[in-house]
Ligand binder design. Sequence first.
Ligand SMILES: Cc1cc2nc3c(=O)[nH]c(=O)nc-3n(C[C@H](O)[C@H](O)[C@H](O)COP(=O)(O)O)c2cc1C
Length: 216
Amino acid sequence: MNSEPKILFVYFSFTQQTQKVVEVMSDVLRAKGCSVSQARIEFTDERYAGVFSNFPLRRAFLQLISMFPPQLRRATGEIRIDHEILAGDYDLICFGSPTWWLTTNMPMRSFLKSDAAARLLKGRRFGAFVVCRRYWKNNLETVKRLGIANGGDYVGGTYFTFAGGQVASLLSFVSYMGAGINKPRYLGLKIPPTNLKPDYSIGAEAFADSLAEITA
Ligand SMILES: Cc1cc2nc3c(=O)[nH]c(=O)nc-3n(C[C@H](O)[C@H](O)[C@H](O)COP(=O)(O)O)c2cc1C
């Protein structure tokens, strides 16, 4: 058994939901004797600063739509990440990736396509989790595919979705992005709260347990 397995979380988070999952998983792993590091990706691309420099968004619906074309063409953009943290010697890397327009958010894609990701992943095990309103599959598969393309060894993934069906969860999400708080109604319709469901920590703890076992 490794004396102290070293685990790194690499994640992007705009509204702190992915960050919350990272914190729960980190606590579990530290309690199990792992050394845990976190590298948060910052989205610094000026072209999208109009969307992501303020929360809540001033014109939520239009600003969210404006990300559709670049997401559709799988565009990458400028990001910042702590390279000193990436330089550590890790037994396992776990990616936390929110879904944007049915696929991996641009900051995470940009990282996974960078030389830094290639250096980090070569010959290393990695897992991933997705945070999204509903659409996790393509995102998780993309992180897996890009990680493997960098020489990583994929060990598994999971996902966390928000409450509500297709329409209700969308209305809740747009309402939240514009208001910055969960409101009971949007456009006159009753809506569920958006963001992680209250029981998300159960899934996060279980996934962290499985990561701990892999590195034990
Ligand atoms: C530009 C944009 C597009 C999004 N598109 C989708 C989507 O297609 N499907 C989905 O389930 N969630 C979508 N979401 C919701 C995000 O997945 C959700 O905001 C995110 O997981 C929250 O994580 P964070 O708080 O860590 O940023 C979108 C969010 C943004 C900002």
